[in-house]
Structures are given as C-alpha cells and as structure tokens.
Ligand binder design. Structure first.
Ligand code: 13P
Ligand code: SF4
Length: 314
C-alpha cells in the first residue's frame, strides 16, 4: 500500500497492523466518527488516564491531542506511546509554558502555593504541580486540597472560575483559556435556546461564565452522556466541541442533540483534535512514530501529581 494514498482497505490495514503491534486505541470524545468507531475505549481525559494506566497492550495509540498522549506515557513509561500527528496541540497547554510557571512560582515563593494543574498542560507544567485535575474530578480534588495553603489553579481560568463557584474555595487563576470553548457566547447560545424553547442545555466548564449561566448542567464530556440520556426534554443543546456529538448520537439515539453554535458557525471544531485522520493513524502504526518521549526525570516528577489525582478521584 502506498504511504500517501488512502485505500478502500485502509480500515482493514489499520486493524491488521494494530493486531501485529498489540496496540490499543485510546480515543477522546472529540475525535471524528470514523476514528471513534475504531476505538477500544472512547472517553474523556479522566477515563483515558485510567485506561492508559491499566492497559496491557505493548503500544498505546493516542487519538486525541499531544498532552493526552504525554499523560499516557507518564503513566506507562515502559510502553511505546504514539499519536498520529505530533502537532496536535492545545491552546490551554500553550497558554502556560513551564518556564513561565516556574518563574511565577519563584517570584511568589513566599506564598507557598498549592499548585493544581488542569490535565490540559504540558509534562513540564505537571512536574511543577502538586496535583492534576480533569474537568471530571476537579471539584472533588479541590475540595481535598490543604486548607492552610493558597491555591494556584493553572492554566484554565474558566474551568477554575467554575470550580470556585462550585466549591467556595478561593483560588488564584492562571489566565489561560480554550480557544474553542470561549467562542460560544451568551448571544449565540441564547439564540439557539430561542429556536428550541423546550431544550435543555449542557455545557463544558471551559465555557465562559456568561455561557455557563445559560446551561442546565455544566460537566465533563463523559458526564454529558448521562445528562443527555436522563434529560427530561427530547431536545438537548450540547455546548462543547463538535466531536462530542458523534459519541452522543451513538449512545443516546433517541434524543435530538443540537450542537451549540458560536457567533460565526453552527458548531465549534478544535483544529488540533481534528488533525488526526485514518491515513495518519495508519502511518503512525506502521512507523511507530511520532512517538512520545520524555526524560526519566520529567516522567518521575510528573507522575507524582498524576497518581495523586487518580488516587483522590476514586
Ligand atoms: P474532557 O476531559 O471533559 O473530555 O475535556 C477535555 C478537553 O480537552 C476539553 O476541551
Ligand atoms: Fe485544548 Fe480546547 Fe482543543 Fe480541548 S478543545 S484540546 S482544551 S484547544
């Protein structure tokens, strides 16, 4: 098979290579339908971290973005971890470079911050954190944070603000945001609510407060499944990245699931999540590249707050 041309047998070729490599496909909820259909596990960042910790495959193929693949490597340093496109980044990761956080913590050494890092950050930032959170467990973990130290929450100010609202804990927030979720506005969500007056609204906590206030429920992508299944209305407006609708339409077929619109578009795509394609998946399995590599020191340091998270979110 030519490397450049996708053949009609692409899915068969991928399955054959997957078996030869003893690989597992861990897929984030924002991936395209064709990629979700191939997943051994499709879920949110928390579920994917647990899967990465427990897999007995030799190769982990991470179909999400780079920081997620890095997380899998941190939890499984002896396994080969590959991703279809090494440039699949994240605006939250980019908003908080590790050297900037390190300098900030040095300048504010006297405060003795307890650093809580949202999992959407680099391995370098994880090495500087006391504990990691995902949108699925942030409330639980912030509630367990020591009471005698101020908290610094990085890098998502919107998720951080939501956690403050939910827990009543004061936290200093790093000024990062997800470029996709901040595109939903009060106007764009109010407009679609007017079109579907009976609809319930579920939104991701990376949305701004103005949008969260219009939602009936704010939760991680995984928790959106149960919300939609149990919703008292047939119409549900889903305010998050568009790939989520693929998972929801499969698992909640009886409902009318409406993507939250932005001011410019009828739904919101994460350009990083959408960098993964079947062709790149085939090539990365064939070449076992791009591969996630980190120094043993980075892995060791980043692992401690990750394990603390997995322990505390039980
Ligand atoms: P979840 O952990 O809720 O899947 O969110 C990950 C993410 O990247 C949201 O933009
Ligand atoms: Fe990052 Fe936002 Fe894309 Fe999630 S949707 S990966 S937070 S840029």
């Amino acid at each position: 098979m030519s490397e450049a041309t996708p053949s009609t047998n692409l899915i068969d070729e991928i399955s054959k290579l997957k078996a030869e490599r003893n690989a597992v496909f861990l897929v984030h909820n924002y991936q395209s339908k064709e990629i979700q259909d191939l997943g051994d596990y499709v879920g949110d960042s928390l579920g994917l971290a647990y899967q990465a910790q427990s897999t007995d495959a030799d190769v982990i193929v991470f179909l999400g973005v780079h920081f997620m693949a890095e997380t899998a490597k941190i939890l499984n340093p002896n396994k080969v971890v590959i991703l279809p496109d090494a440039d699949a980044g994240c605006s939250l990761e980019q908003a908080c470079p590790a050297p900037d956080l390190e300098a900030f913590l040095k300048e504010n050494e006297a405060k003795n911050y307890y650093v809580i890092a949202y999992i959407n950050c680099s391995a370098g930032v994880k090495t500087l954190a006391d504990v990691i959170v995902t949108s699925g467990n942030a409330i639980k973990i912030v509630n367990k944070a020591p009471k005698d130290r101020p908290i610094l929450f990085v890098p998502d100010q919107n998720l951080g603000a939501w956690v403050i609202e939910q827990t009543g804990r004061e936290m200093d927030l790093w000024a990062g945001s997800c470029y996709v979720h901040v595109e939903f506005t009060k106007d764009s969500i109010q407009k679609i609510k007017n079109e579907y007056p009976e609809a319930l609204v579920v939104a991701h906590p990376e949305c701004t407060q103005a949008v969260r206030l219009l939602a009936d429920e704010v939760c991680s992508t995984e928790k959106m499944i149960d919300f939609c299944k149990n919703a008292a209305s047939d119409d549900v407006i889903v305010v998050t990245e568009s790939g989520m609708l693929n998972r929801l339409r499969k698992e909640v077929p009886g409902k009318n699931l409406i993507p939250g619109p932005t001011d410019k578009c009828s739904c919101a795509d994460c350009r990083y999540m959408k960098m993964n394609t079947l062709e790149k998946l085939y090539l990365c399995l064939k070449n076992l590249s791009p591969r996630v590599e980190m120094s043993p020191e980075t892995i060791e340091k980043a692992k401690a707050p990750m394990l603390r998270m997995l322990e505390q979110s039980k």
